[in-house]
Design a binder for this molecule. Structure first.
Ligand code: LLP
Length: 413
């Protein structure tokens, strides 16, 4: 039987129904501590959790208590972070193409803002007096598990290119502001330390090119997130302790021991904490494959269809049974791509069996939808042997709440 945080998942499924996201709070805390340890050789490190990976209020509150800051990309994420107890100074906004009213809200709230374009600076700076800002740099180095998530490469929409940095500094100076932070994020799902070292060098060059400008007094370097986890069984994990040591050494060579090092991990902190429990509704042998239809679909977990991402799948009630059968696991969504895995090795399945889709804590619930008018699942946080509901299951009333009938259609005649 699969156990999460000391609890049998069949009991959780019986109590809360499926599909169900089940998160082990201790794993999040342990990942946070592992990251702290990995970078501990630098005296000043802040770990700003990338809220987009999992926006559950309970998870934010857990990380806030552990001592994290947050990285947000929208007013909505900033508001959730505030509700979870983060002070505005511990919220770092690194959004792209924001609206002016959103920028004004963030500035009024006192959130730390990283500028992503000259346009953003021109629209924001006149409204703020004597502020300090960061800038997101386009470092010209990208990496990641899929082309959609490589953000640092030169041709992407993110960050200021080096050529534009002096103009930004002039603008800051003209409005009486200071540039105190350099930020970059190269991509997501990275398991190789080299891109981070290339990033530090690129940030060092950027710093050298503006260091003497009167608007510039850099005290913080933010290397973004992107730290990968092993999704495939047997895949070697990222050696975070080694990576931390190498990164800190290069960081200190380039920026000395005084400057603050900021990191923005999302996936690394939360991905492995969570399984998605789903029940087999339908077994369907066909001439080519046997489909196992389940009650979760790409509305519940988008990563397989969007990135062809691998998530390991186990028969949760028969963890020790021989996995001598092959099934293609599919959801109930009316699209051919609604598959969680092809020809997966599993024990002989029966309808009603419980499957667990592993490592779904990052970009799982956060990217879910109600496509095909299917309500989103409940989410459970397990802590100290007790299950806590952290998000209720959506109902069809929730799904249609915003619908209205225009008056010309309201009467039945
Ligand atoms: N900082 C910034 C500015 C980001 O854009 C991101 C992620 C992060 C930090 C956190 O990256 P992480 O440590 O989680 O790799 N939906 C995709 C991942 C998209 C990541 C977008 N930005 C997936 O499911 O793989």
């Amino acid at each position: 039987m699969l156990i999460v945080g000391g609890l049998r998942v069949d009991r959780l499924a019986a109590t809360y129904d499926t599909p169900l996201y089940v998160t082990d709070a201790d794993i999040i805390t342990a990942q946070y501590q592992a990251m702290q340890q990995a970078f501990a050789r630098h005296p000043q490190v802040t770990i700003a959790y990338a809220v987009k990976a999992n926006t559950a209020l309970a998870i934010l509150a857990l990380l806030q208590r552990a001592g994290a800051a947050t990285d947000v990309v929208s007013v909505g994420e900033a508001q959730i972070a505030r509700r979870a107890g983060f002070s505005p100074q511990r919220i770092f906004f690194t959004g792209t193409s924001p609206r002016t009213d959103e920028l004004q809200w963030l500035a009024r709230e006192g959130v730390a803002i990283n500028l992503d374009s000259l346009s953003m600076a021109e629209r924001l700076l006149p409204f703020v007096t004597g502020g300090t800002f960061g800038v997101r740099i386009n470092p010209g180095v990208g990496a990641g598990h899929h082309e959609h998530v490589v953000t640092g490469a030169e041709e992407t929409k993110f960050g200021l290119h080096m050529e534009t940095l002096p103009a930004l500094c002039d603008l800051l100076h003209r409005h009486g502001h200071q540039l105190t932070r350099l930020q970059a994020h190269i991509g997501s799902g990275i398991t190789d330390p080299d891109p981070f070292l290339i990033l530090i060098d690129a940030m060092h060059r950027a710093h050298q090119c503006i260091a003497h400008h009167p608007a510039v007094a850099i005290d913080t370097i933010d290397l973004g997130g992107g730290f990968g986890i092993p999704y495939q069984p047997g895949e070697p994990p990222l050696d975070l302790q080694a990576l931390g040591g190498t990164v800190v050494a290069r960081f200190q060579e380039c920026f000395g021991g005084e400057r603050h090092l900021l990191l923005e991990p999302g996936r690394y902190l939360v991905a492995e904490s969570t399984v998605l429990l789903t029940r087999v509704t339908t077994l369907k042998p066909t001439p080519h494959v046997t489909f196992a239809g389940v009650d979760a679909g790409f509305h519940t977990l988008l990563r397989p269809i969007l990135y062809n991402a691998y998530h390991h799948i186990v028969a949760a009630e028969r963890m020790d049974a021989p996995t001598d059968q092959r099934y293609t696991i599919c959801g109930p969504i009316c699209e051919t791509g609604d598959l969680f895995g092809r020809q997966r090795s599993l024990p002989t399945l029966r309808e009603g069996d419980l499957l667990a889709i592993c490592d779904t804590g990052a970009y799982g619930a956060a990217m879910s939808s109600t496509y095909n008018s299917r309500p989103r699942p409940a989410e459970i946080l397990v802590h100290a042997g007790t299950a806590h509901l952290m998000r209720t299951r959506e109902t069809i009333d929730d799904v249609v709440r915003r619908d209205q009938l225009p008056s010309f259609l309201a009467s039945s005649s």
